[in-house]
Write a protein of this length. Structure first.
Length: 74
């Protein structure tokens, strides 16, 4: 598991799950609900950014591997 997968699965996903559970079990005020929903959205955005970064890095790694093999058809 690389660092991006670790961050997504071990840090972000549990926080999103906990916050989602908090919203379904009830919050005291609508302001707290809005705050939690904002946190969930931010964490989901971060997770998407990490996924995009990971895909870009995989493409770069593939290009580097192709160049090392002498395959420059890309």
């Amino acid at each position: 598991m690389d660092i991006i997968d670790y961050i997504k699965k071990k840090i972000i996903a549990p926080k999103v799950a906990n916050l989602t559970q908090t919203t379904t079990s009830g919050v005291d005020t609508f302001e707290k609900y809005q705050y939690i929903v904002g946190q969930i959205k931010s964490l989901n955005d971060l997770q998407q950014e990490l996924t995009d970064l990971q895909k870009k890095q995989e493409l770069i790694d593939e290009d580097d591997d192709d160049q090392e093999r002498g395959n420059t058809s890309s």
